[in-house]
Design a protein around this ligand. Sequence first.
Ligand SMILES: CCCCCCCCCCCC(=O)SCCNC(=O)CCNC(=O)[C@H](O)C(C)(C)COP(=O)(O)OP(=O)(O)OC[C@H]1O[C@@H](n2cnc3c(N)ncnc32)[C@H](O)[C@@H]1OP(=O)(O)O
Length: 186
Amino acid sequence: MSSTWTLPDDLTVPEPVEFFPAAGEKLPQHWSKCFGCGDDQPAGMAMSFRAGNGLEVTGRLEVAKKYQGGPGVIHGGILSTAFDEAQGMACMALGSPVVTGHLEIDFARPIPLGSVLEFRARIDGVVRRKVYTSAEAVIVEGPTADPDTVVGTSRGLFLTITSEHFAKTKEFVDGEPTSPFGTSSV
Ligand SMILES: CCCCCCCCCCCC(=O)SCCNC(=O)CCNC(=O)[C@H](O)C(C)(C)COP(=O)(O)OP(=O)(O)OC[C@H]1O[C@@H](n2cnc3c(N)ncnc32)[C@H](O)[C@@H]1OP(=O)(O)O
């Protein structure tokens, strides 16, 4: 892992909001048209998520043939999208909408088409509106499945936002999101 990511000294670790689901329970999608997790997005990745312990969530992605980058393997942008979604979903534990400000990925192993990936993502801490997150992916089903081998890692900075953030792009929304514009909390 070659990341130079460092956590700030004034980081604080919040408690999950009281209405965040218990460990093992399914998390709701944050917006049905989301490319990452929406169930009303035919072109999307249909990721699903469960709450983990504390500030952690686990996510699942089936690596379909349409996600091919190099011959036989997942496209790096698809893997990056999946990390973005997983770390964003971990931020649900704050009960406040977020957007990604910065995301960095390490691609550690090739991921064959037909794999099922599990993402373990978490909030590492917060500073003001800044939410520091990290995640790993492992292959849990498929030709090279090994739950102990990390195939990718990610670190990301998310920013909490208000509904005003999406008010600026309201006229472009495809669908009818629940308030505030598809980032409704659990
Ligand atoms: C419950 C629902 C769940 C919801 C679950 C949601 C899951 C969604 C998963 C998909 C998520 C996406 O893809 S979201 C889509 C992709 N992202 C976006 O479209 C965001 C586009 N960018 C922006 O709109 C803006 O740049 C923002 C909102 C990120 C930041 O702008 P801002 O609000 O004006 O904040 P600003 O004052 O500039 O910065 C605040 C603090 O953050 C720091 N900061 C800001 N950007 C960065 C950066 N890239 N790298 C480092 N640090 C940064 C600043 O230095 C400052 O630190 P300090 O002075 O406090 O120290």
